[in-house]
Structures are given as C-alpha cells and as structure tokens.
Design a protein around this ligand. Structure first.
Ligand code: PAY
Ligand code: ZN
Length: 310
C-alpha cells in the first residue's frame, strides 16, 4: 500500500536529502565518502558521494549526476535509489558487486539545489538554477546549456528569460563549473558519465550539440541498445535510444557532450519515465519501477565499460 512505501519510494525535500547524505556516509564509513565539489549560486553545498571499497582503490570510475534540472524530481530519487542498491546489495547482487569491484562511483544527488528547493516552495515547474542576471529581471540559467560544447548555438538562447538560457559564458554558473572542475581533475579515472533527467524515456549519447556522429557512435549505440532491451525484457517498458541531436533535439552546451569531449568516451543522458502522461509530475507510486528500469540500464552499460576498458 502506498501509505507504507519506503523512504526511497517517496520524493524528498532538499533538507531531507542533505540529512540522507549525512546518514549514509555515517552508516557506511568504509564504502561511502563525502566530497564537497563546490557550492551553488545561493551558496548551498554541492555534495557528492564516492562509493569505493575499503583498501581497494580502483583505477576506473563512473560519475552520475541527478537533478541538473530542478523539476525532474525522479532524477534525485534515482541517485538515492542507486546508492541504496549499491550499499545493500554489494556482495549479493552479481552485477553491482562486479561494478564496485572494478569502479569507484561518484554520485551527485542534486546538482541544482537552489532550483530544487524552489520547486518545493514556489514553482513546481522550475527548470533552471536561480542565478540573478545583471541584464534582466529574469532568473536562472539552464545548467544543461552552460557547458563548453558548441555553447549557445542552435537549441539554446542568449535570452535570460528563456528556459534554455545558456548563461553569460560557458561555466558561468557555479553548479556547472563545480562539475566541470571535478571531472577535469578526475578525467584520468572517470570513464563513464551519466546525467539523469526526465521525462521522455530515452537513453541519449553524444552528440546533442551537433548532428555529427561521435567517433565511437557504434559502440555507444550498441551499449544503449543492449540496456534498452534489458528494460524491455525485465520491465516491459520502451525507451528510445540514440545520439541526442537526432533522437530528441539539438541541445548545445550539455554536460554529456562536454564530458565526452573532455575524453570520457562513454557518456549518456538518461531521460527516465514517463512519456508524458504525468511528465515531470511522476507520482510516487511510479518511482520504484522508474528507478529499477534505470538501474538495470546503468548497470548494463557499466559492465560493458568495464569489459571494454580492461
Ligand atoms: O543532452 O540532449 C541532451 C539533453 C536533452 C534534455 C535537455 O536538456 O533539454 C531534454 C529535456 C530535459 O530533460 O531537460 C527533456 C524534458 C522533457 C524537457 O524539459 O524538455
Ligand atoms: Zn532535464
């Protein structure tokens, strides 16, 4: 029954998520470490968790960020879901065990805390961050248009009032800069990048900022296909997959393309449930299936990356 749904089958306020982060690192001191990667425009901490097994420093790593867009509540819910799965099922579930034996996992549960808070207090449909512009009364930049990948070309806007406002310059926003700085300083280990969004049910990979094909397009396509087929097989739900620009639309300045160009050759933007019935307002009773679908795909791709980079 819905009334007894677990913590992970509900959406949580920003404060609750900060508490959860604290609890998690306290409860699993040998596996989960706290990393402060920066702070938001309104000076909230950007905490990432590093899942890494004691005395087993891994050379490889994967990165997952959630909640770059404020209204996509299922995204932070997925980051929490992933961490719970990893901590609970390591040593029991073969896939997550294999992954953690070979990779450290960095998880940023809420990349846009100011926007997320705003969706809880004021405007449920807010997308951008909450930075104030000196040229306009409109607030916020689209963090997924603020990275240095064909920045502010077709598919983004210089207008601060636009939902796809690219910001003043690449990495003008502290949230995107913090993620970019972290990845730049960890690019020798991070080989797999995920950015979690909703909605649409799509597994996207570079490029979104151009119609050109990525150099390892075939590889990415194959990995995405396999992941989507597993979702279909286990959960009877359909996801589209392909290069972003040709599967959804041109979206320059995205984190996935930027990470790819940095050298993280396995880079994905994952649009979780649904396909528009509830859209951003995915009800809590759908969290479990949405997250399990995404978990299946993320694990499938991570295992392939481990094979390919051995
Ligand atoms: O890399 O192709 C990409 C990013 C595409 C997303 C974007 O940043 O625009 C797609 C949208 C998103 O998740 O933000 C899709 C949703 C439904 C929207 O707000 O349009
Ligand atoms: Zn989004």
């Amino acid at each position: 029954p819905r009334s007894s749904s677990s913590f992970y089958e509900r959406y949580h306020s920003l404060e609750d998520i900060y508490d959860w982060i604290n609890r998690t690192i306290q409860d699993s001191p040998n596996t989960a470490n706290l990393i402060l990667i920066g702070s938001s425009y309104e000076k909230r901490p950007l905490y990432a968790l590093k899942l890494s097994l004691n005395n087993r420093p891994n050379k490889k790593a994967m990165w997952i960020d959630c909640g770059i867009h404020a209204r996509e509540w299922i995204a932070p819910a997925f980051c929490l879901w992933f961490v719970r799965h990893a901590l609970l099922h390591y040593g029991k579930n073969q896939d997550i065990t294999n992954i953690l034996d070979n990779m450290d996992v960095y998880i940023l549960p809420v990349m846009n805390p100011d926007g997320y808070l705003y969706t809880w207090t004021t405007d449920r449909m807010w997308r951008k961050n909450r930075s104030i512009s000196n040229s306009s009364i409109c607030v916020g930049a689209d963090l997924n248009r603020n990275f240095d990948a064909n920045w502010c070309t077709v598919g983004a806007s210089h207008d601060p009032c636009s939902e796809i406002y690219c910001g003043e310059f690449p990495e003008s926003e502290p949230e995107s800069q913090a993620v970019a700085d972290f990845l730049r300083s960890h690019k020798d280990s991070v080989q797999l990048y995920f950015s979690i969004h909703s909605y649409s049910q799509m597994l996207l990979f570079p490029y979104s900022c151009t119609l050109d094909e990525a150099e390892n397009h075939k590889d990415l396509l194959e990995m995405a296909k396999e992941a989507v087929e597993k979702i279909q097989r286990y959960y009877r739900n359909n996801y589209k997959y392909g290069a972003g620009a040709r599967t959804i639309y041109l979206a320059p300045g995205g984190s996935d393309d930027w990470a790819y160009n940095l050298g993280i050759k396995y880079s994905f933007t994952f649009e979780l449930q649904d396909r528009g019935q509830y859209g951003f307002l995915l009800p809590p009773f759908r969290i479990s299936k949405a997250c399990n679908e995404a978990l299946t795909a993320v694990k499938s791709i991570a295992l392939r990356v481990i094979e390919k980079t051995q």
